[in-house]
Design a protein around this ligand. Sequence first.
Ligand code: AP5
Ligand code: MG
Length: 220
Amino acid sequence: MRIILFGPPGSGKGTQSAYLAMRAKIPLIATGDTLRAAVLAKSPLGCQVKRVMESGELVSDQLIVKLMLERLAQPDCRRGFLLDGFPRTRVQANSLKDNNIVIDYVVELVVAQSSLLKRLTGRLVHPVSGRVYHAEYNPPKRQGLDNLTGEPLIKRKDDCEETVYKRLQIYHKQTEPLTAYYQNCRQRGDAQAPCYLRVDGDGDIEQVSQRLGRGLGIAN
Ligand code: AP5
Ligand code: MG
């Protein structure tokens, strides 16, 4: 199963994709997590993208497309994959098509705009694993500490209110148009058009997880 999980910042892509990939037994490829790991490791890639990510802008298509095509060529992707955070622009979507990478499902998580800001400004992350918590909606067992390692949780630099607004604007301008692009694939005569699912991402994490599982036919 080859799945793209779409949705604005804070819609729950990271939270849901971790469960979903495990249940579907496919690798999870999350561009944001990959880039943040590079920043943490201070690798050449990390140094290149740090400032752009912290400002809430998108990293260049050229860099992301190269990174993703290399990753998708790995043997573990032969039996499927779940993409969180890619594609985000028309150039990125075209790169999949141009390289004959067929997608089975595009899943859009639909969340009321008013919830997104609260979700993002209350988010806490474990920087090494990318595990995501929320101070109110999904608190860790011990305040400020990761459930599995006990290590400190941090706030993402791009989760301050001002940067969140900027990320939402960029999403609406550059990424949201891809929802129409994928929904209209079949009408344009694309025989390999993915199945498009809109899933209500409001409600608690467990409810959303069940909706996703039902939509994709994956048992919870
Ligand atoms: P990325 O890390 O992908 O960020 P994003 O798309 O902005 O999405 P988020 O990770 O902020 O939100 P999410 O949907 O994963 O929500 P989460 O599950 O954490 O990208 C970061 C940056 O990397 C970009 O800005 C860009 O610079 C760069 N980048 C990445 N990919 C790129 C690409 N393809 N091209 C160019 N640049 C790229 O949930 C959010 C919070 O809500 C959490 O606290 C969670 O606990 C809580 N929550 C989740 N679900 C629920 C629920 N149902 N109810 C209540 N709370 C919930
Ligand atoms: Mg995420």
